[in-house]
Design a binder for this molecule. Structure first.
Ligand code: F6R
Length: 615
């Protein structure tokens, strides 16, 4: 939800900020803007649209020299996406300028107060209220910018990552965070501000990640001073060395990040296994699980909280944990869980799944569960993210940066981590025999090459995509372990192609959705061998009798479904519980190709953002 970038140093700020904003467009892309200090004054340019539109606007509007600047790419919360609501925002005097990621919840009350004191507002945003509040405090209290920011933030309710500068003090940027991420890159006599490290990775791999309720004053030649916003105490900066490299965040010859990330899955799953799946020794090693084994083994139940695709991975986990480890599992949408009054006890284990590690609802669900004494375990991709830090223990998925807004490799690596956990716990509980355990371990090891094989159906899937690209609706059916995959397949199609799609448990079809089936309706059915195969074949018969068009996802060498279906896409055979790792692949490819054929923006679908840091 919005990307922010800032630069203070000895280089030209403009190219660094623009490039950085492009890398952060996954966070929001409905408008963009930049403010530069040119040695005299602030030059500001902003526009509805993408960073590429901003570049065009900048060319005709402002000069781009200056070594201090801030930039923003927006996902609108307050105020429609238009030029005026785009960030940065000036204060009324024109001396201060701000970029903001988050929401100021009490902005209306603050705006009323400021209006009474003579302030005027050009935009509908909460951010313009905040910068004027800072200006008001600065003038009223006669304090420096840093102090004014601190006092103002103590009056604010909401979430923020902000960067502010004052044209009269062009040697400093003030930044602060609560609930939205903010990293400070430390170079040689230069500093970078960003929502994540990707904008500055080619300049430095030293970074400070601000914690919630911290602010920093970043000074040219002087460095970074961090304080707690609420009690003013000084915090010693903790400089981390980043592992990220430039290739990981570039397209590497693929047309879209989504396609690159689909193809990265064999490697990503292998990285998830690394150091954990030790087949020769017949063990699974996961520090976060080992260290907290008692908590898991004594748990009354596991509650999984997540959103979107991560929630689908949670559903797969429910089947796997219950089947293998015999631990009761409930899977909850974080947004629902946090607002009802769930019964949580100290004997519950909560597993929070999140690619970004920043999803606001998941974070809030974690905080609630912790306050009630539950043990909270995180499954995150982004290292050092808020959820990774907030949880009691966890396991990273190690998928590498996922930039395409539609989640692909995050999903399969989440399932991989959760499967390893379920197996490890099953072994500890004795709910799996040692021979079955070994069988799973060997089979898991072959999954990356089987995913590779599943990817080889790409051209065939593309041909099928071409036939169905103009469909208005699509049904996805699956049973057991593959029911969540049906939900995920439908989500992938709707979010990037804007075709309406629904996922259903195959047997539920006759309780309603069957009424939709006619010769116009493509129905994707996951019908791999084992896993209620015969029952799914009967469901396929029912669809065929109503003239629906059937695309079957089948096990290599299948003949029964082939006779009934209009098309089949084969995936290699594996243990039933591991099939989601393979059946997902053709569904990702199908939605990808349809969206490309419909000329949709695959990596940045409308209205979406990669990291949902607002509730
Ligand atoms: C769909 C998608 C979203 C995310 C959801 C949760 O392709 O990407 O549904 O899965 O917003 O995000 P994380 O996993 O970052 O918490």
């Amino acid at each position: 939800m919005c990307g922010i970038v800032g630069y203070l140093g000895h280089r030209e700020a403009y190219p660094i900020i623009v490039k950085g904003l492009k890398r952060l467009e996954y966070r929001g892309y409905d408008s963009a803007g930049i403010a530069l200090y040119d040695g005299n004054d602030i030059k500001l340019s902003k526009t509805k649209g993408k960073v590429a539109d901003l570049e065009v606007r900048v060319e005709s509007e402002i000069s781009t020299n200056g070594s201090l600047g801030i930039g923003h790419t927006r996902w609108a919360t307050h105020g429609v996406p238009n030029d005026v609501n785009s960030h940065p925002h000036y204060s009324n005097s024109g001396e201060l300028v701000i970029i903001h990621n988050g929401i100021i919840e009490n902005y209306e009350a603050l705006k009323k107060e400021l209006t009474k004191r003579g302030y005027t507002f050009k935009s509908d945003t909460d951010t313009e209220v905040l910068i004027n509040l800072i200006e008001d405090v600065k003038n009223k209290e006669n304090v420096k910018l840093g102090k004014a920011v601190q006092i103002a933030l103590n009056q604010v309710i909401g979430a923020y990552a902000i960067a502010v500068f004052d044209k009269n003090k062009p040697d400093e940027i003030v930044v602060a965070r609560l609930g939205s991420p903010l990293a400070i890159g430390i170079g040689e006599d230069e500093f970078f501000i960003a929502s994540d490290a990707s904008p500055f990775i080619e300049f430095t791999n030293n970074a400070i990640y601000l914690e919630d309720e911290e602010m920093a004053i970043v000074r040219r030649h002087k460095g970074v001073k961090i304080r707690k916003i609420h009690d003013d105490s000084l915090v010693a900066p903790y400089v981390q060395e980043l592992q990220l490299n430039l290739e990981e965040i570039e397209k590497g010859g693929y047309e879209h990040f989504m396609l690159k990330e689909i193809y990265e899955q064999p490697r990503a799953i292998m990285d998830t296994f690394r150091g954990r799946l030790l087949t020769d020794e017949a063990i699974i090693k996961m520090a976060g699980v080992e260290d907290n084994m008692k908590k898991f083994l004594n748990a009354n139940r596991i509650i999984v909280v997540a959103c979107g695709t991560s929630w689908h991975a949670g559903l797969v986990a429910e089947y796997i944990f219950e089947d293998l480890a015999r631990i009761p599992v409930e899977v909850e949408y974080a947004s629902e869980f946090r607002y009802r009054n769930p019964v949580i006890t100290e004997n519950d284990v909560l597993i929070a799944i999140s690619q970004s590690g920043e999803t606001a609802d998941t974070l809030a669900a974690i905080k609630m569960a912790k306050s009630k004494g539950a043990f909270v375990f995180g499954v995150c991709n982004v290292v050092g993210s808020s959820i990774a830090r907030e949880t009691d223990a966890g396991a990273y998925t190690h998928a590498g940066p996922e930039i395409g807004v539609a989640s692909t490799k995050a999903f399969t690596t989440q399932i991989t981590v959760l499967t390893l956990m379920a197996l490890r716990l099953a072994r500890a509980k004795g709910t799996i025999s040692s021979s079955d355990y070994r069988k799973y371990l060997f089979e898991l090891e072959s999954i990356p090459s089987k995913v590779e094989k599943a990817l080889s159906s790409d051209n065939h899937v593309k041909m099928i995509a071409n036939i169905y690209k103009n469909a208005s609706n699509c049904l996805y059916l699956g049973r057991g372990f593959n029911f969540p995959v049906a939900l995920e397949g439908a989500l992938k199609l709707k979010e990037i192609s804007y075709i309406h799609a629904e996922g259903y448990p195959a047997a539920e079809m006759k309780h309603g959705p069957i009424a939709l089936i006619d010769e116009q309706m493509p129905v994707v059915v996951i019908a791999t061998k084992k896993g209620h195969y015969e029952k799914v074949v009967s469901n396929i018969q029912e669809i065929k009798s109503r003239k629906g068009k059937i695309i079957g996802i089948v096990t290599e060498g299948d003949t029964s479904v082939k006779e009934l279906a209009d098309h089949v896409i084969e995936v290699p055979e594996t243990i039933e519980a591991l099939t989601p790792l393979l059946t997902t692949i053709p569904l990702q490819l199908l939605s990808y190709h349809i969206a490309v054929m419909l000329e949709k923006n695959v990596d940045q679908p409308r209205n979406l953002a990669k990291s949902v840091t607002v509730e």
